[in-house]
Design a protein around this ligand. Structure first.
Ligand code: ADP
Length: 412
């Protein structure tokens, strides 16, 4: 990827694979996530363009870097139970062909970085069906590396969400650490992050996304996670939860600051009502369940933040799915218990932290540095997906979390 001054041919070697530059995977207990880089319309940046861009950049910020490749980081997820869909997709898009060849043995099977338990469980399947070797990376390392990278590099990655108000938080990368990373996947991991590669898993809970989906499936007739989430939108937890007001005859318990609408006992109303499960609306059950799990995670997160004096909690993982109610519940729990001292924040690429970390780990050739200087981040207009849209309106097809970021690869 070097610039050949004065020549008119493309900067990139046209003989190299043009469709995909890079692929990485994170195969978790519930979902398999992939991140891959593609060039825009197979368009190479020509020398003239690269040079004029470099001149403009040199003028504006003294940088000697210039773009050599414009493209997208693409994000896609599949249910792990349907791992063959993931393999079919990779095959149909020929994503595996761009995999790294082992230097010591060129021409042998391409190597693709992968993390999560599925990198072990499905290694043989990937080898048999796609002829690729999964090079395993540690799950925690990838999670933290992915979160750090996204927070440091991607414009408007982090945001707060409370009372229907979403606010992007401008992260100063010199003031990012320490923070608590709470990853809500099938289970929940809580990690104190103090810097690049400097972290400790301090807590977790098995009551996480898998619990919501598993219990939700048993308690309602939902056939998919999205259906369960959709149901929870319409429900009212008061029909199922025992509220302070139910116990206090409609009054607040003001002395300890509990309003009549605070939940005294999740699902507690079911013990006193003379009803069967079928008598409750599935949407009310879904709502109570979502609230119970989110509240619990918010509270444990706050306690761990308190334990280590951390003021910022970043929530990731696909349980969140940018669901306003989930984010609001987590934020309110953190805010309530910390009396406003700690702040809950969310990541736009919530479920892809591990996959991004895995993608970055394969950077033996400076790709991380190249991507870290992408121009698109300075121009949010250029980002190809709009989070606002996802949060405020949810027409079909916009709630699936598969997105892409326009970016440019730079060379110094
Ligand atoms: P893991 O790596 O454990 O699979 P994720 O961060 O991918 O963790 O999150 C998995 C959780 O995300 C599930 O347990 C479920 O609560 C939620 N989820 C979101 N979307 C889906 C979906 N389409 N199918 C199944 N679970 C989903």
């Amino acid at each position: 990827m070097d610039l050949r001054d004065g020549q008119t041919q493309p900067i990139l070697d046209p003989n190299q694979p043009t469709h995909v530059y890079h692929l990485a995977l994170d195969i978790g207990g519930s979902l398999a996530k992939i991140v891959y880089f593609t060039k825009d319309d197979d368009r190479l940046v020509d020398v003239e363009e690269g040079l004029s861009h470099r001149k403009a950049l040199e003028k504006s910020n003294g940088s000697k870097q210039y773009p050599v490749l414009n493209g997208r980081l693409n994000f896609k997820k599949f249910e792990t139970s349907k791992i063959n869909d993931c393999l079919d997709f990779i095959k149909s898009m020929k994503l595996h062909i761009g995999g790294r060849q082992p230097q010591e043995n060129p021409g042998s099977q391409p190597i693709v970085k992968a993390t999560g338990g599925g990198a072990y469980k499905y290694a043989d399947l990937f080898k048999e069906r796609l002829g690729i070797i999964l090079d395993k990376e540690d799950e925690m390392d990838c999670l933290v590396a992915g979160a750090n990278f996204l927070l440091e590099v991607v414009h408007q990655e982090a945001f707060t969400y409370m009372g229907d108000q979403k606010q992007f938080v401008q992260i100063d990368k010199n003031d990012l650490y320490p923070y608590l990373l709470v990853n809500i996947g099938s289970g929940v991991g809580m990690i104190k992050v103090e810097g690049e590669g400097k972290f400790e898993r301090v807590s977790g809970t098995s009551i996480g996304g898998g619990t919501f989906w598993g219990l939700g499936k048993l308690l309602t007739k939902c056939k998919s996670f999205d259906e369960l989430l959709e149901l929870s939108y319409r429900g009212n937890n008061r029909a199922v939860d025992m509220l302070v007001g139910d116990i206090y005859g409609g009054m607040d318990y003001a002395k300890i600051g509990l309003s009549s609408t605070a939940i005294a006992s999740s699902f507690g109303k079911a013990i006193s009502d003379n009803k069967e499960r079928e008598d409750y609306k599935p949407e009310d059950i879904a709502r109570s369940l979502l609230r119970m799990i989110s509240n619990n995670i918010g509270q444990i997160s706050y306690l761990n933040a308190l334990r280590f004096g951390l003021k910022r909690i970043f929530f990731g993982g696909f349980f969140i799915r940018k669901h306003p109610f989930t984010m609001d519940t987590l934020s309110v729990a953190v805010n309530f218990w910390s009396k406003g001292e700690a702040q809950a924040m969310f990541l736009r690429h919530e479920g892809f932290l591990g996959a991004v970390g895995s993608f970055m780990s394969s950077d033996k050739h400076g790709l991380k540095e190249l991507l870290a200087n992408q121009v698109a981040q300075r121009s949010p207009r250029k980002l190809s997906f709009a989070v606002d849209k996802i949060l405020h309106s949810l027409p079909d097809g916009e709630f699936n979390g598969d997105e892409s970021i326009e970016c440019s690869v730079y060379a110094a």
